[in-house]
Design a protein around this ligand. Structure first.
Ligand code: NAP
Length: 438
C-alpha cells in the first residue's frame, strides 16, 4: 500500500488525488489536507463569484473525494497542528499543493497606507475567505486604482464595476454585496507598467468589460501600436489586443452613457502612494520598453486614488526547513520533486500561471514521479502507517478534523442560506463552518 499526503485541496491537490486514484487504484491511500474546514482552495476563494461555470469543476473533485481511497482531512494546519516531518514519517509521499496565497509585495513608499490591499486580500474579501472577511475596504471614494494587467486585475475591476443586479446568480458573499451596493467608485484605473501588447489578460475575460451595465472600458487609441504589428502576437494575445482596439473605437458619446469608467493606463509604473493614513493619491512614472522590459522615463504624474488594489502576482508561503526559491516565490524543485518523498504541484511548483486545467497534467506528472521514485527505492522500504498513524496522532493532540461528510453538511447549510437565485451563501468564519458541519 502506498500512503500519500496531499497538502491543499484546490485544483492541484484534487487533480493529484485523481491521478493517484487512477494510476494506483486500491493500492494507494490518499489523504488531502486543508487548513480550512472546506475544500477546493481557489475554486471557492479565488475564482470570481460571477464565474460560476468555472466553479463547476468542483463536481469532478467531489467524485474523487468520494472514492474509497481518497479522504479529505479539513481544518488541519500543516506546520502547526502537525509538522511536515511528522507527515513524512507517516506517508510515503508528501505533496505540497498549497498554491500561492501571498501577494507579491508592492514595494513602493506608501504601500502600507490604509485602503491599499493586495489582490489576495481583496479577492479573499469578496469571496468570503475567513482570513479576509473583515477587510472592510472603504468604497466611499471616487477613484480606485488596480495595479497590474492580468486576469486578477480584471476580476477586481469588474467586481468593483458591477451593479447589484449583475451579481444575480453569483455566490458573492453578503458583506461584499452590501458594501459594493453602497460604493461611490466611478473611475477605475487599470495600471500597466508595459503596453497593450504585453497585457496578461485573456480575451474572454477582457471582453466581459464591454458588456457591463453601468461601466465602460476606456482605451486611448493613441496608446495602441500600429495594427500591422498585431500579426506577430500569439493568437490569444492578438484576440485580447483586438478587444482593446474595439474599446478604443467606441465613440465617446456611447461610453459617456455609462456612469463608471474603467480606464487603461499603459506604460505607467507605480512610484509611490500618498495620503493621510488613508491612501489619497498615486504617483506613477511613465515607462518605455527596453528589450521588452518596462524602464522608467523619469516623468512622474499624479492620479487620485481612494482605493488601491495591487494585482501583481502571488507567492507560495514558505515552510521552515523546506527548500524555497526566493526569486521565483515557490518551492525549489526539479519537475515537482523537492526531495524524494517530498513534492510540489500546481502553483507551489511552477508559480502562479496558467488556468485551472493546467494543474491537471501537473497532478498526473507528480504521481508518475512518485511511482518512479518508489520503483527506484528512493522512498525507502519500511512500511508507513499512513492515515491510521495520522488518526492516532490527531486523537492524541485533540485535533478537530473536518471530514468530507462534515463538509457536505456545511455545503448544505450554505445552499439553504443562499439569496434568491444564488447557489450558496458562504460561511466566512471558521467556527461557524465547523458548527454547521457537526
Ligand atoms: P499575471 O497574469 O502574472 O499578471 C500580473 C500583472 O502584474 C502583469 O500585468 C505584470 O506586469 C504586473 N506586475 C507584476 N509586477 C509588477 C510591478 N512590480 N509593478 C507593476 N505591475 C507589475 O498574474 P495574475 O493576474 O495574478 O493571475 C495569476 C494567474 O491566474 C494567471 O495565470 C491568470 O491567467 C490566472 N487567472 C485566471 C482567471 C480566469 O481565467 N478567469 C482569473 C484570475 C486569474 P508585467 O507583465 O510587466 O510583469
Amino acid at each position: 500500500m502506498r500512503h500519500i499526503a496531499i497538502i491543499g485541496s484546490g485544483p492541484a491537490g484534487y487533480y493529484t488525488a485523481e491521478a493517484a486514484q487512477k494510476a494506483l487504484g486500491g493500492t494507494a491511500k490518499v489523504d488531502v489536507f486543508d487548513s480550512l474546514p472546506v475544500p477546493y482552495g481557489l475554486i471557492r476563494t479565488g475564482v470570481a463569484p460571477d464565474h460560476q461555470s468555472i466553479k463547476g469543476v468542483s463536481r469532478r473533485y467531489e467524485k474523487v473525494a468520494l472514492t474509497d481511497n481518497v479522504r479529505f482531512v479539513g481544518n488541519i494546519n500543516v506546520g502547526s497542528d502537525v509538522t511536515v516531518a511528522e507527515l513524512q514519517e507517516l506517508y510515503d509521499a508528501v505533496v505540497f499543493a498549497t498554491g500561492a496565497p501571498r501577494d507579491r509585495p508592492l514595494d513602493i513608499p506608501g504601500a502600507q497606507l490604509g485602503n491599499v490591499f493586495g489582490s489576495a486580500a481583496f479577492v479573499g474579501w469578496y469571496n468570503g475567505h475567513p482570513d479576509f472577511a473583515a477587510l472592510n475596504p472603504d468604497l466611499s471614494g471616487k477613484t480606485a486604482v488596480v495595479i497590474g494587467m492580468g486576469n486578477v486585475a480584471l476580476d477586481c475591476a469588474r467586481i468593483l464595476a458591477k451593479s447589484r443586479e449583475e451579481f444575480a446568480g453569483s455566490d458573492i458573499v453578503g458583506h461584499a454585496l452590501e458594501a459594493l451596493t453602497g460604493s461611490h467608485i466611478e473611475r477605475i484605473v487599470l495600471l500597466g507598467r508595459r503596453g497593450p501588447h504585453q497585457i496578461m489578460m485573456t480575451p474572454k475575460e477582457l471582453g466581459e468589460l464591454g458588456h457591463l451595465v453601468r461601466a465602460a472600458p476606456h482605451v486611448a487609441a493613441g496608446d495602441l501600436p500600429d495594427e500591422a504589428e498585431d500579426a506577430l502576437l500569439e493568437p490569444g494575445l492578438r484576440k485580447s489586443v483586438t478587444a482593446l482596439r474595439q474599446f478604443a473605437a467606441t465613440p465617446e458619446h456611447i461610453r459617456a452613457e455609462k456612469s463608471i469608467a474603467i480606464e487603461f493606463e499603459f506604460f505607467s509604473q507605480p512610484h509611490s502612494l500618498e495620503g493621510d493614513g488613508h491612501v489619497r493619491e498615486i504617483t506613477i512614472e511613465r515607462t518605455h520598453l527596453v528589450r521588452g522590459r518596462a524602464e522608467g522615463t523619469g516623468e512622474i504624474e499624479r492620479l487620485p486614488a481612494d482605493l488601491v488594489i495591487s494585482c501583481i502576482g502571488y507567492r507560495t508561503a514558505p515552510i521552515p526547513g523546506i527548500p524555497f526559491d526566493e526569486r521565483e516565490g515557490r518551492f525549489a524543485n526539479s519537475e515537482g520533486r523537492i526531495l524524494p518523498g517530498l513534492y510540489c504541484v500546481g502553483w507551489a511548483r511552477r508559480g502562479p500561471s496558467g488556468t485551472i486545467g493546467t494543474n491537471r497534467p501537473d497532478g498526473y506528472a507528480i504521481v508518475e514521479l512518485i511511482e518512479a521514485d518508489a520503483a527506484s527505492g528512493a522512498l525507502g522500504s519500511s512500511a508507513k502507517q499512513g492515515r491510521a498513524g495520522f488518526d492516532a496522532l490527531a486523537k492524541t493532540r485533540g485535533l478537530d478534523v473536518v471530514t468530507f461528510r462534515d463538509w457536505k453538511k456545511i455545503e448544505e447549510a450554505e445552499e439553504k442560506a443562499a439569496r434568491d437565485g444564488a447557489p450558496r451563501e458562504k460561511f466566512v468564519d471558521v467556527a461557524a463552518m465547523i458548527k454547521a458541519g457537526r
